[in-house]
Design a protein around this ligand. Structure first.
Ligand code: ATR
Length: 280
């Protein structure tokens, strides 16, 4: 590669399913950048050696996916978001320093801003289903936008309690059986679990019990329109889907790697949608 060209990659194990190359290479082409974005299949055993020497592998930065997000945090200088979430999904070289962030926070927020403008204007209470890594990014983002109370419902209650310990008393951990009773007061409902994903059990939530002004978000994007989102739309509620979050979380990573802030265009979305519908 010429000196002016730049490369970035997604590091994971497995990594074949990742749509990041499709998204980033679209923006590379669109902006006429001399660059390339690749997949790197790296085992947990080899991750630290690989990611600690991104430059040696020819990379200016990398997205990090399963199972390396905690390890990526440990070997880098994390920003406040990565620290708060406890996981990094983006590494980049900044004057020789290996820095990290977690772009799921803004991916979630920017997607909501684009899909349901004003969603946070009078947000009092949010109800988040699930308490894993994605939930941590989302709860952190919601508190940053001024949510007064964030109820976190999880099958395994101690994991929900851990979010209160991490983020403070605005987080209210609850058991799965309490979801039904909380719907009427939830201005925002977010599914961060894998329920409703293709091949997983369904998510049963009575969308009819939400307020008429509620917004519903799902991080699942296979299928594109989950049962939860379909039911919310039938009721006329505003929604934000998982593909939108996937696309928006890539924006900042791209600008860190290639120095241009790209846009989530309808053409990009359609391209990734078509690829997802091929069933891979
Ligand atoms: P991620 O990093 O994508 O959030 P994760 O940390 O594995 O992934 O979290 C998955 C979430 O989906 C968890 O909240 C999990 O609940 P548990 O903490 O009880 O495991 C939730 N989840 C997965 N399968 C579920 C199921 N069948 N019923 C209820 N919750 C489920």
């Amino acid at each position: 590669m010429s000196e002016a060209s730049r490369a970035a990659c997604v590091i994971g194990w497995p990594v074949a399913h990742s749509r990041s190359p499709m998204i980033h290479n679209y923006w590379i082409r669109q902006h006429g950048i001399a660059g390339e974005y690749r997949r790197e299949a790296v085992t947990a055993e080899d991750f630290v050696a690989f990611a600690s020497d991104l430059a040696g592998h020819g990379y200016a930065g990398a997205n990090i996916t399963i199972p390396h997000k905690e390890a990526a945090l440990a070997i880098s200088q994390p920003d406040d978001r990565a620290k708060a979430v406890g996981a990094a999904n983006t590494l980049w070289l900044d004057n020789g320093a290996l820095r990290s962030t977690n772009t799921d926070v803004e991916g979630f927020l920017d997607n909501l801003d684009a899909s349901a403008p004003g969603w946070d204007r009078e947000l009092e209470t949010a109800l988040v289903l699930g308490a894993g890594g994605a939930a941590r990014a989302i709860v952190f983002g919601l508190l940053g936008r001024g949510a007064k109370a964030v109820y976190v419902a999880n099958r395994t209650l101690p994991r929900a309690r851990a979010l209160r310990e991490r983020f403070g008393s605005a987080v209210h951990p609850v058991g799965w059986d309490e979801v039904g009773g909380l719907l009427a007061s939830a201005g925002l409902l977010v599914n961060t679990t894998s329920l409703g994903m293709h091949g997983q059990p369904p998510l049963s939530v009575k969308v009819d019990d939400l307020p008429a002004s509620a917004v519903v978000a799902d991080i699942v994007y296979v299928p594109l329109e989950t049962e939860l989102l379909a039911a919310a739309r039938r009721r006329g509620l505003r929604t934000a889907d998982g593909l939108g979050m996937l696309l928006y979380q890539a924006v900042r990573a791209f600008s860190l790697f290639f120095g241009v802030r790209p846009e989530v265009t309808p053409e990009l979305r359609a391209m990734v949608e078509t690829d997802l519908q091929k069933g891979k």
